[in-house]
Design a binder for this molecule. Structure first.
Ligand SMILES: Nc1ncnc2c1ncn2[C@@H]1O[C@H](COP(=O)(O)OP(=O)(O)OP(=O)(O)O)[C@@H](O)[C@H]1O
Ligand SMILES: [Mg+2]
Length: 264
């Protein structure tokens, strides 16, 4: 987990233990949380995600989707309730043992100056070049990398200015695959990527999801249709939960969102 995205508010409990290698069972038990006193963003939120399940979080802007995934990585302490991983309260384990087992993919992934090979290997410093190439191949990142002037040895600019948004996302996917976490979080900002990249990302994502518990916040509903469960979060909490087909049949908020996107 890169240090620059970790708020410093949370620290290990004095008697924190190591979280052993996890299966990826995630439970929210009556969670109440607010960033500032007296304004709760989440109230009495409970849900249970089995190892390997994929969960999509959808809902209006500001509803609390990012907040939910922030709490799984314990970026903040709760006001009340518990977040459990494999039955263990995450406030009682070390942050390192928790976060080293999670893959967090943000859309604008960090690119440092150095080769693209090093940028991807960063997720697992002892990975061989072959391993890096294999991961890139799996998530369809090798195509654009091979097209660059020096392939995997191409130097990245200070801010990764040579990469498009979609390419940066593929780099994030490759890093995550290399790190091989049991829990995966994808929090994607709205973006305009072309249809070809979108298809590539979708294929790559489907491969990444296999065998991992995944939380996906995506604004294009095509990305999340095949998730095991979709949770609709509004400022009242989780108002709808089910598969894509179940929620469409309900003709509620998810249905409205889907219909609105279809006609865009
Ligand atoms: N660091 C923070 N400090 C204070 N308030 C915050 C912070 N981050 C988010 N909030 C507030 O918490 C609420 C939920 O925000 P959150 O980012 O979880 O929404 P979201 O559902 O992810 O929205 P979007 O779809 O726009 O990403 C919002 O009212 C937001 O203003
Ligand atoms: Mg968000």
């Amino acid at each position: 987990m890169p240090a620059w995205v970790i708020p410093v508010t949370v620290q290990d409990a004095p008697d924190a233990t190591e979280l052993p290698p996890i299966e990826g069972h995630v439970t929210f038990d009556d969670v109440t949380f607010g960033y500032v006193p007296e304004t709760n963003i989440l109230e009495h939120l409970s849900f249970d995600v089995k190892p390997g399940q994929s969960i999509a979080l959808v809902g209006p802007t500001g509803a609390g989707k990012t907040t939910v995934v922030n709490l799984i990585s314990r970026f903040y302490n709760l006001n009340d309730g518990q977040v459990l991983i494999d039955g263990q309260d995450i406030s009682k384990v070390t942050l390192h043992s928790l976060r080293s087992q999670m893959g967090i993919m943000l859309q604008d992934s960090f690119i440092f100056s150095g080769t693209i090979l090093d940028n991807i290997r960063y997720a697992k410093l002892d990975a061989t070049e072959e391993e890096v190439r294999a991961a890139c191949h799996t998530v369809c990142a090798d195509e654009f990398i091979n097209e660059m002037p020096e392939g995997y040895l191409t130097q990245m600019g200070e801010r990764g200015s040579r990469l498009s948004q979609g390419q940066k996302q593929l780099v994030a996917f490759a890093r995550t695959l290399l790190a091989n976490p049991k829990i995966l979080i994808l929090d994607e900002a709205t973006s305009s990527i072309d249809a070809k990249t979108e298809r590539q990302l979708q294929t790559a994502l489907n491969k990444l999801l296999k065998g991992r518990t995944s939380f996906i916040i995506a604004h294009r509903l095509s990305t999340i249709k095949s998730c095991d469960k979709i949770m609709y979060i509004s400022n009242k909490g989780i108002t709808e939960c089910g598969t894509h087909e179940e929620l469409l049949a309900k003709k509620g908020d998810y249905y409205k969102l889907y219909m609105a996107q279809k006609t865009e």
